[in-house]
Design a protein around this ligand. Structure first.
Ligand code: HDE
Length: 688
């Protein structure tokens, strides 16, 4: 696949952003008032060793600005990373919706997309076990539309009023302020074990879905049921799905733990580098569209955000694609200041009565007012619509525009009567009929908390099941309250007795579980294959990373074949050598290693090749880090290519080179067997 050229940062003229760009390269250094600074190294003082002067406005301005550089981080989803790109509809979707950006396949709608973890602070590691946020801002010609989703299609709770408790329980415990970015602690498991509605989400969170290999290899979901409305006023319900072009892949938990140490920015780096290399991440947007009549037939409530709609019931209809092709110019100005909000909808898209969604419609604007400090945050370039907008909202902190004229009221006749509402093109809510008593009550149709948790379990492949058991066992093992573990085992028993037994065995608690009676009988669902990421994963190396551990004198045919293989498969290849300095191939070509061994463990790669030269193999044989390289790659189920000169290293690592199909001799640069094994992502049988 030919790589596309990445637009250089700062080179995106014509979309309005350039009006706000400043550059540090061309101009003389000035104060914020434009006064040229003569000396930025020394404070104004009396004499060379004398007291410093309060009058030094240059010092005071610089330090004061610095003192106020930080804004509150997001209360959830604080750690995030984003890029610009575009969305393109496949064809007109006028039957379904009048949303303008879904009509013309020749139009590219600009987007800004931010991925995030939920629980950790802004500085937490990328590979926390967590849901990932998947937010997209579409700058449409009819206003900004934000699809603020997650990489898991369901949620922990059914009603927004529980959200602060859920988040307090997963955040660091309030007295000790740890653990950071982890759900493996008492308060989280106490909360969820007292909320059986969380069971379905817990199954996803304990699965590999919570450990994505890359943002580029994650699905995204709108989670709630939304509405689409066409020009005739007809409406259907929809669920949104993003599918990554590269396929959905994860790392496994023992890898995640080590990656967090080796490269806490693993996901950011992967994303930034791919876009800069012109390897643009791409997703397909699909909807599951269904009528109220269909919804009435389902044995769950489509307003319940702890439920998904199996694709066997409502298949996916692809409606367009998103390509992310430009990294940000400035992390704070764009990624940090972007304000996504589920209530940013455009004509043709509307909400449902999902109680979790309804709560979100209030929360985002509210939190952004305190996080960004002013009701004028829509004027920040990344938040500003790219279509004309006009109203009489005025003043407030940090008003950046200069509204002209003496009129600030609507209706008016003084300013030609404009701007004015337009009932024809303006946003109108779907006129759903509603009636009933005012009550604080959970609908009976939300009462089944286990059937879809079971649906997820029965849809998994064996390795996926093992990882779910491992996830529960690890997390509950970190919870030191026996009563919470016992309660959780009771819930798991309602999901599947084999799951509960395996988790109990891993915890050394066989036979202990609370008796928790489900409110309604648990169903016996048939597997839904699309819920499994491994039974549907493409056999491909695209977007993945191969590590070559080698030395000076590396066999040129091995090196060249691997470079070619990476190119042909749209993968990345990096060379790791004992030292950072250049090495030479057996044919004398100089290579500058991408990394040196210290600090570059094999966890950073999807598959690896160990191929020292016979003359220099002992430089690796004598290093514990090189032996760990092999041990880790093996225990993380990776495909390992090797040459003759690496034999002693494998012996030291106690890894047999004929152990399974994932250990492949690549003598002479023959990578055929290596490639076909590596395309399977991991050697799952090795784990069993
Ligand atoms: Fe959020 N969520 N959320 N959330 N959420 C926020 O808004 C909230 C929920 C999601 O990249 C906050 O600007 C409530 C579900 C993403 O900037 C806050 C409830 C889903 C992001 C908030 C939920 C999400 C947020 C914090 C329960 C998937 C990051 C900062 C009713 C469909 C957006 C901010 C970004 C952020 C509230 C549940 C997705 C506090 C009250 C379900 C991707 O307003």
């Amino acid at each position: 696949m030919a790589k596309k050229k990445a637009p250089a940062n700062g080179s995106h003229k014509g979309n309005g952003d350039e009006l706000h760009q400043t550059t540090s390269s061309a101009n003389k250094l000035t104060t914020n008032q434009g006064v040229v600074v003569s000396d930025d190294q020394n404070t104004l003082a009396i004499g060379p060793r004398g007291p410093q002067l309060l009058e030094d406005f240059i010092l005071r301005e610089k330090i004061t600005h610095f003192d106020h550089e930080r804004i509150p981080e997001r209360v959830v989803h604080a750690r995030g990373y984003a890029a610009h790109g575009y969305f393109q509809a496949y064809k007109g979707n006028s039957k379904l919706t009048k949303a303008d950006f879904l009509q013309d396949p020749s139009v590219q709608t600009p987007v800004f997309c931010r991925f995030s973890t939920v629980a950790g602070s802004a500085g937490s590691p990328d590979l926390a076990r967590d849901v990932r946020g998947f937010s997209v801002k579409f700058y449409t010609t009819a206003g900004n539309y934000d699809l603020v989703g997650n990489n898991i299609p369901v949620f922990f709770i059914q009603d927004a009023i529980k959200f602060p408790d859920l988040i307090h329980s997963v955040k660091p415990e309030p007295d000790r302020a740890f653990p950071q970015a982890q759900s493996a602690h008492n308060t989280f498991w106490d909360f969820v074990s007292l909320n059986s509605e969380s069971m379905h989400m817990l199954m996803w969170i304990m699965s590999d879905r919570a450990l994505p290999r890359s943002f580029r290899m994650m699905e995204g979901f709108g989670v709630h049921t939304f509405r689409m409305i066409n020009a005739r006023g007809e409406s259907k319900f929809v669920k949104f799905h993003w599918r990554p072009k590269l396929g959905t892949f994860s790392v496994i938990w023992p890898e995640a733990v080590k990656i967090n140490g080796a490269d806490p920015d693993f996901h950011r780096r992967d994303f930034w580098n791919a876009i800069n290399a012109g390897d643009f991440p791409e997703w397909e947007l699909s909807v599951q569209a269904f009528t109220q009549e269909q919804a009435n037939e389902f044995d769950f409530d489509v307003l319940d955000p702890t439920k998904l709609i199996p694709e066997e019931l409502v298949p996916l209809t692809p409606i367009g694609k998103m390509v992310l092709n430009r990294n940000v110019d400035n992390f704070f100005a764009e990624t940090e200041q972007v304000a996504f909000c589920p209530s940013h909808v455009v004509p043709g898209i509307d909400f449902s009565n999902d109680p979790l969604l309804q709560g979100r419609l209030f929360s985002y604007l509210d939190t952004q007012l305190s996080r960004l400090g002013s009701p004028n945050f829509h004027q920040i370039p990344v938040n500003k619509p790219k279509c004309p907008f006009a109203n009489f909202q005025r003043d407030g902190h940090m008003q950046m525009d200069i509204p002209t004229g003496n009129v600030a009221n609507e209706p008016n006749s003084l300013d030609n009567g404009t701007p004015r509402e337009d009932p024809k093109t303006g946003f109108t809510s779907y006129p759903a009929e509603e009636a009933g008593q005012k009550l604080r009550i959970r609908p009976e149709s939300f009462a089944d908390h286990y059937t879809q948790a079971r649906l997820f379990w029965v849809s998994m492949t064996e390795p996926e099941k093992r990882h779910i058991v491992g996830g529960f066992a690890f997390e509950l093992g970190k919870c030191d309250q026996l009563k919470i573990r016992t309660r959780m085992l009771g819930h798991l028993n309602n999901v599947d007795s084999e799951l509960a037994r395996q988790v109990a065995d891993s915890l050394g608690m066989s036979g202990t579980a609370d008796k928790i009676k489900p409110r309604v009988p648990v169903g016996d669902p048939q597997p839904s294959p699309p819920l499994s990421q491994y039974s549907t994963a493409p056999k491909s190396l695209a977007g993945k990373k191969i590590g070559l551990l080698t030395t000076d004198g590396v066999d040129a045919s091995i090196y060249n074949s691997l470079v070619k293989l990476a190119k042909d498969e749209s993968a990345m290849m990096e060379v790791i050598a004992p030292k950072a300095g250049p090495i030479k191939t057996s044919r004398g070509k100089e290579i500058v290693p991408d990394h040196f061994l210290d600090g570059t463990p094999s966890v950073l790669f999807d598959c690896v090749v160990v191929a020292p030269s016979p003359e220099h193999s002992e430089t690796l044989e004598s290093q514990a880090a090189a032996i760990d390289w092999i041990r880790d790659a093996f225990s993380h189920l990776k495909v390992i290519g090797f040459n003759e000169a690496s034999m002693k290293m494998f012996q030291k690592a106690s890894v047999k080179t004929d152990a399974d199909e994932g250990l492949v001799a690549i003598g002479g640069g023959d990578f055929k067997a290596f490639l076909s094994a590596a395309k399977k992502h991991r050697i799952w049988d090795r784990e069993a």
